[in-house]
Write a protein that binds this ligand. Structure first.
Ligand code: FE
Ligand code: FE
Ligand code: ZN
Length: 277
């Protein structure tokens, strides 16, 4: 079964997101854990979480993906910025335990002028502080486009982080197709080669989710501008290969394309039409 969905607004709570997902043909979704511009997250409504879990089970949902605010920097130089990232992630993970067994995705961060090695060390420290042995959420490092001083645009950097984290069994990777192409991994032209490289460096058993986005920019541009499916440099054929690939087809796919709900509904229908059962 194809598990596909998109990014949804979390303002109405879990059950509302589940119902919205169903209304657009989705059986997974992603959401931000809180307003990226800061502020405290709303308290979790346990009844809402429980009602969502029942709806998800009834409708054979795949895992839902909570996305950390993209404004935090888990390898910041400034101690207060770093502390804010760590507190945010720890709080998000505590809240995710109300919907156990799902996924939490974050951007490894930007090392700014510290260098990638220091960046990696700080990310490892961040994860060692926020991961708990008893947690039931898998934390995903997202593959990045390599804009500015972003860490995580090379598979080797993700591997270096995973290797050094004490509770590495809580970690996985989320591939973003726009970011991969922008970073110089040719997902459109050589998907097999990219997956072989990922397996060699990180291990395919770490791959838990895929963000499916076309890219407004050509291969290796290091830009990170998402485009609608088929409207960018990757092209529709690439997405047909991605969702059907024997090593990917069982994974949940999340659209983060520039769309409103009706556009997401159309992209989900389009991709479902291309999926070979
Ligand atoms: Fe992201
Ligand atoms: Fe993404
Ligand atoms: Zn992006």
């Amino acid at each position: 079964m194809l598990h596909i969905g998109c990014h949804l607004s979390a303002s109405g709570g879990f059950l509302a997101m589940g119902k919205t997902a169903l209304s657009i043909g989705a059986n997974v979704f992603q959401f931000f854990t809180r307003n990226p511009r800061g502020g405290a997250a709303k308290a979790i409504d346990e009844a809402d979480a429980a009602a969502f879990l029942a709806l998800a089970e009834e409708n054979h949902f795949g895992p839902i993906l909570a996305h950390a605010p993209y404004t935090i920097n888990p390898c910041a130089l400034d101690p207060r910025t770093l502390e804010f990232a760590r507190e945010t992630m720890a709080d998000d993970l505590r809240r995710m335990e109300y919907v156990p067994g799902n996924l939490y995705n974050f951007h490894p961060g930007s090392h700014v002028k510290q260098g990638v090695e220091v960046g990696i060390e700080k990310i490892v420290e961040t994860l060692d502080l926020v991961l708990r042995p008893e947690q039931q959420t898998t934390v995903l490092l997202e593959t990045m486009a390599g804009k500015g001083s972003e860490v995580g645009s090379r598979f080797e950097e993700l591997r270096a982080i995973i290797d050094r984290v004490a509770l590495a069994d809580k970690l996985g990777v989320c591939m973003d197709t726009c970011h991969l192409s922008d970073a110089g991994y040719d997902v459109a032209g050589d998907l097999d080669g990219v997956l072989r490289e990922f397996d060699r460096v990180v291990g395919l058993d770490r791959l838990r989710a895929v963000h499916i986005n076309d890219s407004k920019n050509p291969f290796a541009s290091h830009k990170d501008r998402h485009e609608v499916i088929g409207g960018g440099y990757l092209g529709l054929d690439a997405f047909e290969r991605i969702i059907n690939h024997p090593l990917l087809r069982h994974l949940p796919f999340y659209l983060e394309t520039p769309n409103e709900l009706d556009g997401y509904a159309r992209e989900i229908a389009l991709l479902r039409g291309l999926y070979r059962e």
